[in-house]
Structures are given as structure tokens and as C-alpha cells.
Design a protein around this ligand. Structure first.
Ligand SMILES: *Cc1c(COP(=O)(O)O)cnc(C)c1O
Length: 391
């Protein structure tokens, strides 16, 4: 994805720092995705870009939402979307979260444990549950590790428990890891899903949906050398289409398919307009001379993913042919974690950048607003309680 003329114009017009999101681009991305995977229902993973206007645009195109908390559900409902199109995709829920979601009209709940199923039965009677299968996360920039999902054997147990508790065992879900780079991850997930569906059918449990989760990549990220990551997106779509056919063939009941893309719908259609705070050159105690580029934004205001990502930087007021120095890039805070490109090579920066010069960071539409502006995933920041004996 190159920076479009529309994005370039908006970035150039911004005189203050901001995240710029191209609603038209998001719309085109949604249309392209649903064109590639006909029959698939999209539930946008809101945390990737919890901006009302983005959600509204997607809702009008027919998208539903993957929400992770009652606050996210409320934000989704504000678009006017039907509650049936909102999926409570978080396997982690308190009793109160479940009751609130139920009260708001949500009926689809992800789960991965018998404890959670018992709580859903108690606080959301009649709900439809999707059991999440664990994946190895290989091939993804963020593997999602062991926090979510269960084994094939446990999935059978969990869905049987759901049926026994009077819930509808509606489906299975997976998430192959965020910014997945390999088509094979979906192939492995489909094999696991097929195995569980067959086992469930043998036990009289007939699912109506499979949720293939998120993980579809953005195209605009770069590696340590500034080269595009270039994930094989077409190949992924082919594998997913074949996987859907395979699962339909295996299942004794008619299956619908859902996906919960986050990053893929928004990342390449957002960019950050920031500015140079300072470019410095310092010698470390070990004698190494280092260039550091400090930006006005960093890990805590827009670039939360800097541990795993290299952002593509554009210095619009500097010519591409001028002298460059290899720099570590860092945010403006007093936190030493707020820096990237330490061990992963350096980023080429024009030697003559000055404080206040604009910098554009491309492909920043995903996971910039969410981590920065509100409680991530709809979990509020904690208020502060003061002990003040003089009050
Ligand atoms: C975050 C999340 C997604 C979206 O993941 P992407 O990698 O951004 O596509 C999808 N489903 C669930 C349950 C999630 O938590």
C-alpha cells in the first residue's frame, strides 16, 4: 500500500499531530475482503480502531462487530447495528460483564472453559456459545500465546457442557495470531476445526457457524531494512476459501462463516502526523556513537506496537536524496521502553531534520487510537482514590 493522494493531502494539511483515518479507504478494504470471501459475515474487531465514524461506516456496509466488553458493545450498538450482529468475542468475562452483555441484547458468546460456560448459563440464559480452539500462533507477529483457547478435547467437553446447561452450542472459533504472515496458519486451523466438528457430530452436536477470527495482515508494514513485509494475501484467501469448502463438506449441519478482522480493515488506511522533537548524536559509555530520533509520539500515544513493528517514516519536508544517518527511533516520554530499532537495525533519518519538522508514520490505522484514547477494549482506566488525612 502506497500512501494515496487523499492520505498525502490530509497529512500535508495537518498542522498539529493527529491520527488520520481514511474512511473511504476502510470502506474499499471491507468491500475487497467480502469480495474475496463471498458468503462470509464480517464482525470487525473494534479494538483495532474504536472510532465512532469508522464503526458507523462499517455498520452501513453490513458489518457486525466483535466486542470484548460491555462498553465496546454499547459503542457498537450506537451505530444502530442489530445486537445479533455483535459477538462477545472475549473468552474472559466476569459475571457482571456477561449479565450486562445479555441485557444489551447480545446472544453470541465466545468461550474456552467450562467455568465460563457455567457463568454464561447463569447470567445469559439461552445464549449461543462459540468455543475457541487454541492455535500455535506461528507465523504471526503477535502469536496471542496461551491466553486464549483450548485443546480439541476440551472444546468437545466445553460444548457438551454448554448443551447440558441449556445453551446453544453454536460454533467454533480460532484466531491464528495477529499480522499472520503465512497461509499455512489457516490450513492448520482448518484441520483442527475439521477434527473437532467430526467429533462433535458423532456426539450429536451440530454447529451452525465457524468463526475464522482475525489475523489477516496489513500490507504496509516494513522490516528492519525498510522493506515491505509483503504477506501473501491472495494465497491466504485461497487457503481460506478452500478451508471453508472443506469444513462445509465435513460438517453434518449447514455451516455459515464469520471472520473478525481488525488490523486488516484499518491499518493501511490510517497514518500518524507527528513531528520531530530532536535528532541527537551521543556516545554511550561503551564508546558507541548513536543517533537518536525523538518524535512527538511514541509507545504511549499512538505507537504502542513499536516492540514488534517498524513503522514507515516519511519526512515530507526533506528530499529523499539528502544525507541520511542510521537512528534509533524513540517517543517523547521518560520511559526507556518508549523506543524502537535498538537491536533491529537503525532507521535512516535525514541528517538535517530539525525540531518541529513534520514526520508521517504510515500504516498506523490499527491499534493506534485504541491503545491511546480510552480504556483499551472498553475496560476503563482506574480512577485514583486518595488517602488524605488532612482533608
Ligand atoms: C483482536 C481480536 C481480533 C482481531 O485481530 P486482528 O489481528 O487485528 O485481525 C479478532 N478476534 C478476536 C477475538 C480478537 O481479540
Amino acid at each position: 500500500m502506497d500512501v494515496t493522494p487523499r492520505m498525502r493531502a490530509a497529512l500535508a494539511a495537518a498542522s498539529e499531530d493527529s491520527v488520520v483515518i481514511d474512511l473511504e479507504g476502510v470502506e474499499q478494504q471491507y468491500t475487497a475482503l467480502t469480495g474475496e470471501l463471498p458468503g462470509l459475515e464480517v464482525r470487525f474487531a473494534m479494538k483495532a480502531c474504536p472510532v465512532d465514524e469508522v464503526l458507523l461506516r462499517l455498520a452501513r456496509l453490513g458489518s457486525g462487530f466483535d466486542a470484548a466488553s460491555p462498553q465496546e458493545i454499547e459503542q457498537a450498538l450506537a451505530t444502530g447495528v442489530a445486537p445479533e450482529k455483535i459477538h462477545y468475542g472475549n473468552t474472559i468475562k466476569s459475571d457482571r460483564n456477561i449479565a450486562d452483555a445479555h441485557r444489551l441484547g447480545v446472544r453470541d458468546f465466545a468461550t474456552d472453559s467450562v467455568e465460563d460456560v457455567a457463568a454464561i448459563a447463569a447470567h445469559a440464559p439461552g445464549a449461543r456459545v462459540f468455543c475457541r480452539l487454541a492455535t500455535d500462533g506461528q507465523g504471526a507477529l503477535w502469536g496471542l500465546s496461551r491466553k486464549f483457547g483450548c485443546s480439541a478435547e476440551d472444546a468437545v467437553r466445553v460444548l457438551e457442557a454448554a448443551r447440558d446447561a441449556g445453551l446453544t452450542p453454536a460454533g467454533l472459533s480460532v484466531h491464528v495470531g495477529s499480522q499472520q504472515m503465512t497461509p499455512d496458519a489457516w490450513r492448520r486451523a482448518v484441520d483442527d476445526l475439521a477434527e473437532v466438528i467430526t467429533e462433535l457430530n458423532g456426539r450429536g452436536i451440530h454447529l451452525d457457524h465457524v468463526n475464522l477470527g482475525g489475523g489477516l495482515p496489513a500490507l504496509g508494514y516494513v522490516d528492519r531494512n525498510g522493506r515491505r513485509l509483503d504477506p501473501p494475501l491472495d494465497k491466504m484467501f485461497t487457503v481460506i476459501r478452500e478451508g471453508m469448502d472443506h469444513l462445509r463438506a465435513v460438517s453434518a449441519s449447514e455451516l455459515g462463516f464469520i471472520m473478525e478482522p481488525g488490523r486488516h480493515l484499518v491499518a493501511d488506511h490510517g497514518a500518524i502526523r507527528a513531528q520531530v522533537s530532536r535528532l541527537t548524536t551521543r556516545r554511550q559509555p561503551d564508546g558507541e556513537r548513536e543517533h537518536w530520533l525523538y518524535l512527538s509520539c511514541g509507545k504511549f500515544n499512538g505507537l504502542y506496537e513499536m516492540d514488534a513493528l517498524q513503522y514507515r517514516l516519511v519526512f515530507p519536508t526533506h528530499s529523499a536524496t539528502g544525507e541520511l544517518v542510521p537512528a534509533v527511533v524513540a517517543g517523547p516520554t521518560c520511559d526507556s521502553d518508549d523506543a524502537y530499532a535498538h537491536e533491529r537495525g537503525r532507521v535512516p533519518v535525514p541528517r538535517d531534520v530539525a525540531s518541529g519538522d513534520p514526520v508521517w508514520l504510515l500504516a498506523c490505522g490499527a491499534y493506534a487510537m485504541g491503545y491511546m484514547t480510552r480504556g483499551f477494549n472498553g475496560f476503563s482506566p482506574l480512577p485514583c482514590t486518595l488517602i488524605d488525612e488532612r482533608a
